[in-house]
Design a protein around this ligand. Structure first.
Ligand code: 1HE
Length: 268
């Protein structure tokens, strides 16, 4: 990272470690003593963080401070919750994780150690997931007598398929990083200790894209992919027309034609 980093002045409340690195906001889940278990306070801070992204942020990197991304739901808060409170809690998580998925800018999750339960649900709301070999993925909800409540049943099957998720929940199967990468949990697998650095490297690339292209990829592409084909094709045409008429697209294409930009080569 060439840019100097600085702690974000609002610092919110201490359960997140937030750094500004040029156009990239680096958001660390900061309860390492509790393996970044997701209590209400942490979810509230995350919600506030994503709700108040400043206009100069072009990409967010989400990671866990310590050896683990997240041990999932803070189970110590669950024991006293009745059914109505459980519903409210799940919908609170949905709102917060939606803020990640429908964020104005791309979100890249850097994963190490435990990526468990709600931690996996949170990672699934990001747009790119990078894992290092220590990362492992599990849904121990079955063993705990509960169910996913943070959007996992909506988002995870789209990445790995319903059958694999059923197996994880019924048998407690744990996927190590390499297998997880092959099966679609993550798009990148790095060397040991490399996930955050790789996420930051990717974030610099992502932040350099035309904002309208990033908007189209985050907001239009998932909708188009889920739409019926005729609706999808129309939406695609409309989005393509808007994107290519933007002055940034015209400047970038002019730069290519003038041989001012890098060619597309393998290994990029
Ligand atoms: C926790 C939690 C937690 C750790 N809630 N406190 N998630 C789980 O079922 C995963 C449960 N956690 C574990 O299996 C292990 O803690 C880990 C494999 C993640 C880490 O093991 P380790 O040996 O490094 O740490 P530890 O000694 O087990 O935990 C350190 C402390 O964190 C300890 O507290 P301490 O006060 O005794 O030091 C643990 O109690 C605490 N801790 N994980 C609360 N999850 C809305 S639907 C989503 C549903 C779910 O997410 S279900 C999955 C729940």
């Amino acid at each position: 990272m060439a840019n100097a980093s600085a702690v974000r002045p609002d610092g919110i409340g201490g359960l997140l470690a937030i750094e500004v690195r040029g156009p990239v906001l680096v958001v660390g889940l900061n309860r390492p003593a509790k393996r970044n278990a997701l209590n209400d306070g942490l979810i509230a801070e995350l919600d506030a963080c994503f709700a108040t992204l400043s206009a100069d942020v072009r990409c967010v990197v989400l990671h866990g401070i310590g050896d683990h991304f997240s041990a999932g739901l803070d189970l110590s808060e669950l024991s006293e919750r009745d059914a109505t409170e459980g519903l409210v809690h799940s919908q609170m998580w949905h709102r917060t994780f939606d803020r990640i998925q429908y964020c104005r800018v791309p979100v890249i999750a850097a994963l190490r150690g435990a990526v468990i339960g709600g931690g996996l649900e949170m990672a699934c709301a990001a747009h790119i997931r990078v894992a290092e070999p220590s990362a492992y993925f599990a849904l121990p909800e079955g063993q705990r007598g509960i169910f996913v409540g943070g959007g996992g049943s909506v988002r995870l099957p789209r990445l790995i398929g319903v059958a694999r998720m059923m197996d994880m929940m019924l048998t407690g199967r744990v996927y190590p990083a390499a297998e997880g990468s092959a099966y679609g949990f993550t798009q990148y697998l790095t060397g040991e200790g490399g996930a955050l650095a790789k996420a930051l490297e990717l974030a610099e690339k992502v932040a350099a894209n035309a904002p309208l292209t990033n908007f189209a990829v985050l907001q239009a592409l998932p909708m188009i992919a889920e739409a019926n084909p005729q609706t999808g094709l129309l939406m695609e045409s409309l989005m393509a027309t808007v994107a290519q008429s933007d002055k940034e697209a015209k400047a970038r294409i002019r730069d290519f034609l003038d041989r001012k930009t890098a060619k597309v080569r393998p290994g990029a």
